[in-house]
Write a new protein. Structure first.
Length: 119
C-alpha cells in the first residue's frame, strides 16, 4: 500500500501563489509517476499535472500551463505543485495520485486539500 498526504492548501488572492505538497509513504517503490488532479464544486475531477518518479518532461493541463509547476523530490518521496498567477477558477479540492508501475493507473489517492482563490 501507498499512503499519500497532501498539505499546503488554503486561501489566496487572484494573482497570488500557493505551493502544495504530497508526501508518499509505504511501498513507494511501486510508484511510476505522481500527479495532481482537482475537483471544483459541481464539476468532475480533472487532471492538472503529472511527473514521472524517474524524471522526464512533466505534463500539464492547458488551463494551468505556464502558471503551475510540478516537481518531485525522490529522496523525500514528495511531489510539489507550485501554483502561481492563481485565478478564481483554480478554486477546487486538489488531490495527489500515484500511478503504479504494474498497472499504470492511478491506484492511490490522497485525501485532498482545499484551494480557494478570491477575486
Amino acid at each position: 500500500q501507498v499512503q499519500l498526504v497532501e498539505s499546503g492548501g488554503g486561501l489566496a488572492q487572484a494573482g497570488g501563489s500557493l505551493r502544495l505538497s504530497c508526501a508518499a509513504s509505504g511501498l513507494t517503490f511501486v510508484i511510476y509517476a505522481m500527479a495532481w488532479f482537482r475537483q471544483a464544486p459541481g464539476k468532475e475531477r480533472e487532471f492538472v499535472a503529472r511527473i514521472r518518479w524517474s524524471g522526464g518532461i512533466p505534463m500539464y493541463a492547458d488551463s494551468v500551463k505556464g502558471r503551475f509547476t510540478i516537481t518531485a523530490d525522490n529522496a523525500e518521496n514528495t511531489v510539489y505543485l507550485q501554483m502561481n498567477s492563481l485565478k478564481p477558477e483554480d478554486t477546487a479540492v486538489y488531490y495527489c495520485a500515484a500511478q503504479t508501475i504494474s498497472t499504470r493507473t492511478y491506484d492511490y489517492w490522497g485525501q485532498g486539500t482545499q484551494v480557494t482563490v478570491s477575486s
